[in-house]
Design a protein around this ligand. Structure first.
Ligand SMILES: Nc1nc2c(ncn2[C@@H]2O[C@H](COP(=O)(O)OP(=O)(O)OP(=O)(O)O)[C@@H](O)[C@H]2O)c(=O)[nH]1
Ligand SMILES: [Mg+2]
Length: 495
């Protein structure tokens, strides 16, 4: 069996947006002044990655890298909440590693059914029924649904083989896998013949194990030289490492001992992305091409040195097939031992959501893009701004109240912000009009609220630019319906 796989794909995901809340007033014959009855918007659908043992490659993502989940529906009058958007499940193979474009590992998907929330749907906005309070009996506004998360992620499939072959280019790795298994990889006398890993299934008596043939390694690989990191990535998961050493090379500066040192050196320099050091991984040395008389002689010569280093050494030839049986059974034994030590199979159906963040805080910093401006950061202020319909003064007033209650205004004053200065929260910039200290009104009626007057709605390009300038730690967006009620909780407290 030979499995050739596309082992890396960049995907672009868009979760569904939340539906807007509805502002509606109950109307009935003879009852002209009913209460607010606008329902909440539905939650946007998530984009999920789900491990499916029936999927073996990332090929589909190669052809279809874009995926989008359904949007939540708008709330409606009569207290009808909008339906949630449909989540999208993308099937990925066992052993898929999810990374950011910067290479940060987000998840390592093992176990059938394991699910990763790759892009979180936006929250639906509260309708005016949910926003009503004693102080605000009939809110003339509702909250907007939030946009769904958009994410570019990298998927990598790391070989899950039991045995990983490593060696210089042309050492005979592909040849070895071809004689030990039914795999028929490309074999040629030029370096880097193998560009993608090949998996072979090897049988040693009762033991059946997989072997991965990976591209050749050259010094500097751990720093990305040759196929470098691509190569190393694939042996991270292998329980047993086999150094395949070419005893018949005439290349200057190459001999079995220095080849082995170079390979070990690269391994030591490589930091596995999955955090599991390869130092303690069992390894054996295969001295290949002993069908060549000079090579056989050299192998005999270096064997004691290698053994003195504690290595198990096998002299083989993939051409004459000598030494193969012994090697196969020895590998089978080691694989059995590592299997026995391995913890029990992972439970299935784990759902990996982005870690919950403490979203209660906020911070204010001088705006790097404006000498007199400030930038307010925090999951809640940013979310509240996104939820605000700026064409509705009452909604803007409500935002002002929320920010006030959180202490944003107080903190701005403490930092010496001057009235009229520009304050940016998320994608919006306001002129700051502080309310009189000590006389903060929590009750915004209908009509204009002078404290927050939105200047302009910035264009996407401006936003991007400003974001770049202000770049710093960002909060993981998203969140659950729980935080939605959370906002309302402190409202309740205050009431
Ligand atoms: N004489 C002899 N030649 C061998 C033996 N094993 C492999 N070769 C030759 O060595 C060359 C390289 O073999 P491959 O199996 O392609 O080597 P590789 O390690 O997979 O090389 P890359 O994929 O480039 O890293 C080929 O020309 C093979 O025919 C052997 O046991 N004896
Ligand atoms: Mg090869």
């Amino acid at each position: 069996m030979t499995t050739r796989f596309v082992d890396r794909a960049v995907i672009h995901l868009a979760a569904g947006s939340g539906g807007n809340g509805c502002a509606s007033v109950h109307r009935e014959k003879f009852k002209p002044l009913g209460g607010p009855d606008g329902g909440n918007g539905g939650q946007g659908g998530d984009v999920l990655l789900v491990v499916d043992p029936g999927v073996h490659t990332l090929l589909d993502f190669h052809f279809r890298p874009h995926a989008r989940a359904g949007n939540g529906k708008q709330g409606q009058g009569g207290n009808r909440n909008g339906a949630a958007g449909e989540s999208l499940e993308l099937r990925v193979p066992e052993g898929t590693v999810v990374l950011t474009e910067d290479g940060e590992v987000l998840a390592d998907l093992v176990g059938a059914g394991t699910t990763f929330v790759a892009a979180k749907g936006g929250r639906g906005g509260l309708g005016n029924a949910a926003l009503a309070s004693r102080a605000r009996k009939a809110p003339g506004f509702a909250l907007l649904g939030e946009e769904g998360e958009e994410r570019d992620l990298v998927l990598e499939l790391r070989s899950m083989a039991d045995v990983g072959l490593l060696g210089f280019p042309s050492a005979g790795k592909s040849s070895l896998i071809s004689v030990l298994s039914a795999a028929k990889p490309k074999i040629a006398d030029y370096p880097f013949t193998t560009l993608v890993p090949n998996l072979g299934v090897v049988t040693a008596g009762e033991t059946v194990f997989t072997m991965a043939d990976v591209p050749g390694l050259i010094p500097g690989a751990s720093a990305g030289k040759g196929l470098g990191l691509d190569f190393l990535r694939h042996i991270e998961r292998c329980a047993v490492l086999v150094h395949v050493i070419d005893c018949a090379t005439y290349e200057a500066g190459r001999d079995p001992l220095s080849d082995l040192d170079a390979l070990e050196d690269e391994l030591a320099r490589y930091t596995p992305a999955l955090g599991d050091s390869m130092e303690d991984r069992p390894r054996v040395v295969v001295l290949n091409k002993v069908d060549v008389p000079d090579a056989a002689e050299l192998a005999e010569f270096v064997r004691p040195d290698l053994e003195a280093r504690g290595m198990r050494v096998f002299e083989i030839s993939t051409v004459s097939r000598q030494g193969l049986r012994e090697l196969t059974y020895a590998l089978g034994d080691i694989v059995e031992q590592t299997r026995a030590q391995r913890p029990a199979a992972e439970p299935t159906k784990i759902v990996l959501a982005p870690p919950a963040v403490d979203d209660s805080g906020f911070s204010i910093e001088p705006d790097p893009a404006d000498p007199e401006g400030y930038v307010v950061r925090g999951p809640r202020p940013e979310r509240w701004v996104r939820q605000t319909d700026f064409s509705n003064d009452e909604a803007v007033g409500y935002l002002g109240d929320r920010l006030n209650r959180l202490g944003v205004e107080e903190e701005l004053a403490r930092m010496g912000a001057e009235p009229g200065c520009r304050v940016t929260i998320g994608d919006y910039t306001f002129d700051w009009e502080p309310s009189t200290p000590g006389a903060v009104t929590h009750l915004a009626g209908r009509g204009s609220d002078p404290r927050l007057e939105q200047n302009h709605r910035v264009s996407a390009a401006e936003r991007k630019q400003a974001r770049r300038e202000r770049r710093s730690e960002r909060w993981a967006g998203g969140g659950s319906a729980a935080d939605m009620t959370d906002d309302e909780t402190d409202e309740t407290e205050e009431r």
